[in-house]
Ligand binder design. Sequence first.
Ligand code: KG4
Ligand code: ZN
Length: 336
Amino acid sequence: DGKFITLGIESSCDETSIAVVADGRQLMSDVISSQIALHTVFGGVVPELASRHHLQNINSVLDEALSEAGVTLDDVDLIGVTNGPGLIGAVVIGVATAKALSFAKDIPLVGVNHMHGHVSANYIQYPDLEPPFMALIVSGGHTNIVEVTDYNECKVLGGTRDDAVGEAYDKVARVIGLGYPGGPKVDKAAKDGNPEAVHFKRVYLEKDSLDFSFSGLKTAVLNYINTEKMAGREINVADVSASFQQAVLDVVVDKTMMAVRNMNKDRLVIAGGVAANSELRRELKEACHKEGIRLYAPEPVLCTDNGAMIAAAAYYKYKKEGADDLHLDAYADLSL
Ligand code: KG4
Ligand code: ZN
């Protein structure tokens, strides 16, 4: 019916996801096959297993995405696929699938930077949102404060010098026995804890810096746990979760708001798996409200990895730059 149909393929980490999106914004389907059960026993994502699982599941995820949307491949006008950054073996499965479909059905193909994908989840949630705006991108692999200057384009103002926020959550979850996937478990446990129970140092780095450092925090939590255990004291997982989370979020919220102020922007977008965090959302909402800034926060299922965000990013990239060819490569590292 005249709509431009984009298929979005995402396989960079532990979700195999394919979505159908109309006109770059309207969600027709977004099928997400999570590998949580597979990796839980190992306490984290095992790259080889992730690749194999993507390979085993991607065709059925595709069938489901198409049928849920009520379309066939003949209706698809564009294929977008994450071609980095991510676990290389996992990224390759999505890229190879996208290329095969593109070649077989003669459909244009576009490679999408996973991080631009995360930002683009907001275009689906908020049909009227257009760049420019400020964005906080927080995931398992990345932590960035950026100015989004155009679709799939941004200026990086700050980033982590060691661990990403999600990585810090995952590592701490392991240390306190909450296991994988750490972020959501710490989020939940922290709700029953006292954020002032244990003081962990807030790391701000140089004055005015928009960079982050979280690697010391994991060690601080580990040292605290060991000290308590040696003294024969019981660990209160809720209190440690809440205290750790507060140490992270104090810095993340302060720096994000500082960046928004410095850049004189009135809109802030959050993106990436950690943007699903309930306390981060609550605190940013409050801070933005105080300063008259509009906060855009996609619903949690659009924050964590999904095909819809890749379709949205692909649509705008294609409109601006056209298609990629079948030489499209996959990258473990791909900068913003
Ligand atoms: O964006 P994403 O799904 O994958 C990457 O691109 O990395 O983000 C996954 C990360 C993981 O580190 C996970 O623990 C974290 O996001 N995460 C959360 C929450 N949900 C997912 N962290 C804190 N609170 C949450 N509710
Ligand atoms: Zn992601």
